[in-house]
Write a protein that binds this ligand. Structure first.
Ligand code: NAP
Ligand code: GDD
Length: 332
């Protein structure tokens, strides 16, 4: 049976892994991208390099209902994965308005277009553990109260509520994943894990002498992005739509990440890492730790890659990209 999938945010970390997963499963994969990406593919489509010939890209903007309606009407997808968002929490403090606009209206436009054009399309919304924010309990599960601490978190709560409302009001097969932090060598450079691993590579290659960071005591539940996109797909294969927490269940501080990343490269982080008060957030999420037992039970999903393996893979990849070959580094 022919299956068409539409992925928004296909140029991002998750979008690129998900596209490859769906191609491997025999889907016809379409991606919604900003027009500038089509004009400048060498820079903006790099994560899609290995599968570029197998995906069909359509220009549209999260800010425009008309463009989204047009893209959906062209593709008429059976499954729609809505991953596009202003995804950097820190930036949401600098530009609250565009974060709310893109993330809330973009989700609403896509849901509305799907309802009008392809009401039987299965819809995935990229929810986030940032929705828990200042959570009243550890670990967090699907019943934990939301207390977002940024406009990014607020926008994701709104997207989550919109998705549930379309499910209840219009009987759409609309599900949300509440995904905890997931990383990979494809992670954007501004997120703390990639900032650290690329920083290690720059220091090793002599291009930099220090790494400036903010709050080292924040704790996150870090998994591998490749495994998390598989959970998205599994959600849309269920008979009934629902919401799922996806996490490893293990939490580590930013300091632990830093220590391990530098140690893996044979360095003592205390000689290189400098604190920078400007990198602290006006409101921090101190600890995230997820309980994904529902996903394990209903989706048969669980993580395989642990914290140490993830850190090593990211450091090794950044070192290789910087031309530093080290003995025993894992190639993946
Ligand atoms: P990412 O690498 O930052 O990718 C974001 C994607 O959204 C990019 O393709 C980007 O396109 C697109 N985008 C941003 N603003 C847009 C706009 N105004 N119009 C059209 N496209 C726009 O993020 P990710 O890590 O893959 O995350 C995917 C989704 O999961 C996001 O919604 C994120 O908030 C959510 N999430 C991520 C995590 C995580 O730990 N990674 C955890 C929970 C939830 P350009 O390439 O053109 O910028
Ligand atoms: N980015 C960054 N840069 N974060 C820093 C730094 C720094 O220099 N120093 C310390 N941190 C701390 C942040 O304060 C935060 O507590 C933690 O590192 C993680 O920050 P990010 O890697 O930027 O990710 P995030 O947890 O804010 O958000 C990511 O995960 C969410 C899921 O919980 C993003 O991928 C979101 O899109 C996603 O929803």
């Amino acid at each position: 049976m022919e299956r068409r999938a539409l992925i928004t945010g296909i140029t991002g970390q998750d979008g690129s892994y998900l596209a490859a997963l769906l191609i491997g499963k025999g889907y016809e994969v379409h991606g919604l991208v900003r027009r500038v990406a089509l004009e400048d593919p060498e820079h903006r489509l790099t994560r899609l390099d290995s599968i570029r010939a197998q995906v069909k890209l359509h220009a549209a903007s999260l800010e425009s209902y008309a463009s989204i309606h047009q893209a959906v009407s062209k593709v008429m997808p059976h499954e729609c994965y809505h991953l596009a968002a202003q995804s950097f929490v820190s930036y949401s403090f600098d530009d609250e308005f565009s974060t709310l606009n893109a993330n809330i209206n973009g989700t609403h436009y896509l849901l509305a277009a799907a309802k009008n054009l392809v009401p039987k399309c299965r819809f995935y919304f990229a929810g986030s553990s940032e929705m828990f924010g200042h959570a009243g309990e550890v670990p967090q599960n699907e019943n934990t109260h939301f207390h977002p601490r940024s406009t990014y978190g607020i926008s994701k709560v709104a997207g989550f509520d919109l998705t549930r409302n379309y499910r209840e009001a219009y009987k759409m097969h609309a599900s949300s994943g509440i995904l905890f932090n997931h990383e990979s060598p494809r992670r954007g450079y501004e997120f703390v894990t990639r900032k650290i691993t690329s920083g290690v590579a720059r220091i090793l290659s002599g291009r930099s002498k220090e790494l400036r960071l903010g709050n080292l005591e924040a704790k996150r539940d870090w998994g591998h992005a490749r495994e998390y996109v598989d959970a998205m797909w599994r959600m849309l294969q269920q008979d009934d739509p629902d919401d799922y927490v996806i996490a490893t269940g293990v939490t580590h501080s930013v300091r632990e990440f830093v220590e391990l990343a530098f140690a893996h490269a044979g360095l003592d982080y205390r000689q290189y890492v400098a604190g920078d008060p400007d990198l602290f957030r006006p409101a921090e999420v101190n600890i995230l730790q997820g309980d994904s037992s529902k996903a394990r039970r209903k989706l048969g999903w669980k993580h395989e890659v642990g914290f140490e393996e993830l850190v090593r893979e990211m450091v090794d990849a950044d070192c290789r990209a910087a031309g530093i070959e080290r003995k025993g580094s894992a190639a993946r």
